[in-house]
Unconditional design. Structure first.
Length: 259
């Protein structure tokens, strides 16, 4: 891959030969988040994602920051993605509005406790602009994402979602879609490969559900730089246990002569 596409976060290379393995935390309380983290760290992911839309105290910025501080202490130098997923893109109901989410993102980014913010491209353009400027002002990387839990749009549309994320100032572009048949899985992989040939930032892609689970295993061959794996609990359909993905990646390494 082109060096311009590589991001080094705390010594982990996003955009390298092998996708990084990221495990989500979906605890609803501070205690559960930290308990999950303890279980997950032992399974050796490269990245942690805190899905804060599951967190019951999301409306209390002090509680979020304190949990983030304890989480950082628990995972050491492991990169953390901070994500509020909206209901329309597969997330949980939360107690704050979109404006509150923007303020929370700014507060958490300013703390220096997380490495990435994941924000959806479908959000209000002005709010997206503020999240981007605040994140970059605090030295936090921005993932701009698109999720479709209903179906898989066409290849050109998906390719453009990746490139639109780059145009909007993302450091990483993410696309996740739901397949209805095998051809939809191929569409997602083809769109990833086509976008990877043009984009100047790392890409993350996946076809969700059992039918799309193969993309979590071989997505790196087509240009996806990160895969979400189950440590203790999944955050999306089709996620695979982290130990299984470690084994699959080892096989692919050997087959490609990169082990």
């Amino acid at each position: 891959m082109k060096s311009a596409k590589v991001i080094d976060i705390r010594g982990r290379i996003l955009g390298g030969e092998t996708p990084l393995l990221c495990t989500p935390l979906v605890g609803r309380t501070r205690e559960r988040v930290l308990a999950e983290a303890a279980t997950v760290v032992a399974k050796k992911p490269e990245v942690i994602e805190w899905r804060v839309d599951y967190f019951e105290s999301i409306g209390d910025a002090t509680a979020v920051l304190e949990t983030a501080r304890l989480l950082r202490a628990a995972v050491g130098d492991m990169p953390i993605i901070f994500t509020r997923r909206s209901i329309r893109e597969g997330g949980e109901p939360i107690a704050i509005d979109d404006e509150g989410v923007v303020r929370l993102y700014d507060t958490v980014s300013a703390s220096g406790l997380v490495d990435f913010l994941d924000f959806e491209m479908g959000n209000d353009p002005e709010q997206l602009r503020r999240v981007r400027e605040n994140a970059h002002g605090h030295g936090t990387r921005l993932i701009l994402s698109y999720h479709n839990f209903g179906y898989t749009p066409g290849c050109e549309f998906l390719e453009q979602r990746f490139l639109e994320a780059e145009r909007l100032g993302a450091d990483v572009a993410k696309v996740a879609v739901m397949p209805r048949d095998r051809m939809d899985v191929l569409t997602l992989l083809a769109a990833t490969a086509q976008a990877e040939a043009k984009a100047r930032i790392p890409l993350i892609s996946m076809s969700m559900g059992p039918l799309g689970s193969v993309t979590r295993m071989i997505g790196g061959v087509f240009g996806s730089s990160l895969s979400f794996a189950v440590g203790e609990a999944s955050s999306a359909p089709g996620q695979i246990p982290i130990a299984d993905l470690h084994a699959v990646y080892a096989v692919i390494h050997r087959a490609r002569g990169t082990a």
